[in-house]
Design a protein around this ligand. Structure first.
Ligand code: ZN
Length: 250
């Protein structure tokens, strides 16, 4: 089962999710893994949750997914994100909530550790810096980890098998279409970017294809109907800022 497709941070954006699934079918894959944050921000949390649970072979829980289930978590969100969580709670049925409750924080498959944000006990810390990534490597039980959360397609490498420090880690942004061959000497934490709310100034939906046989990782970027999603965001009375950031990819 060498071709693993990774999707992350869908955030209730059904148009982006459907465009990515179409591309996945075209490219071909053996297993689909979702790195969490299926809901939050976007106007179609129920349909996204149903679609992901239909198609994905494995799912891990994101902080927005968790916030739907936990008032103490959503209370710490900024007002716009919290507004979307309240909307999401209204949109989801007991069936959907049961799906969310069944999702683990972490899975291990094909030698890859999969979680939403980081492997360290901070759980939902953002991996932007070499220091944060070094901490994550020190809790990563395998050579390769896969995460989402920052909405930035990226690779972190670590040249140490022992306790990693900041200087052992490199951070690379990843560009769509490039086939990145993994160096067998290094450990990796990879991020396929975000399906439903990219933040790397490229508004196209992002997903990642990891080939466990060839040991390659490729980011794919897919255009979709952003204006249709922005209209739905407005029609549902969600913060317009959520639509605007889709247009600029931030
Ligand atoms: Zn997210």
């Amino acid at each position: 089962m060498p071709r693993l497709a990774f999707i992350a941070d869908i955030h209730g954006n059904l148009q982006a999710l459907e465009a990515v699934l179409e591309d996945l079918r075209m490219v071909g894959y053996d297993q689909l893994i979702c790195l969490g944050d299926i809901v939050g921000y976007g106007p179609d949390p129920a349909a996204c949750l149903e679609t992901v649970s239909d198609y994905a072979d494995a799912i891990v829980l994101g902080n927005h997914d968790e916030a739907v289930l936990r008032e103490d978590v959503s209370a710490r969100f900024n007002p716009r994100a919290r507004r979307s969580i309240e909307f999401t709670r209204d949109e989801l049925s007991d069936f959907h909530l049961a799906i969310l409750r069944s999702i683990p924080y972490r899975v291990e498959l094909e030698g890859i550790s999969v979680t939403h944000a980081t492997f360290s006990p901070t759980r939902f810390e953002y991996l932007y810096t070499a220091q944060a990534a070094a901490d994550a490597f020190n809790y990563l039980p395998s050579r390769i980890g896969m995460i989402g959360h920052t909405h930035l397609p990226s690779a972190f490498t670590c040249n140490s098998d022992a306790e990693a420090v900041e200087g052992d880690v490199r951070v690379y942004p990843l560009t769509g279409g490039v086939l990145n061959a993994l160096d067998p000497e290094l450990r990796y934490i990879l991020n396929p970017g975000s399906v439903g709310q990219p933040r790397d100034r490229n508004p196209d939906a992002s997903w990642g294809l990891f080939d466990t046989e060839r040991m390659t990782f490729q980011i794919r970027r897919i255009a979709y109907d952003i204006e249709a999603v922005s209209r739905r965001i407005r029609d549902f009375g969600l913060p317009e800022q959520h639509g605007h950031r889709l247009r600029v990819g931030a």
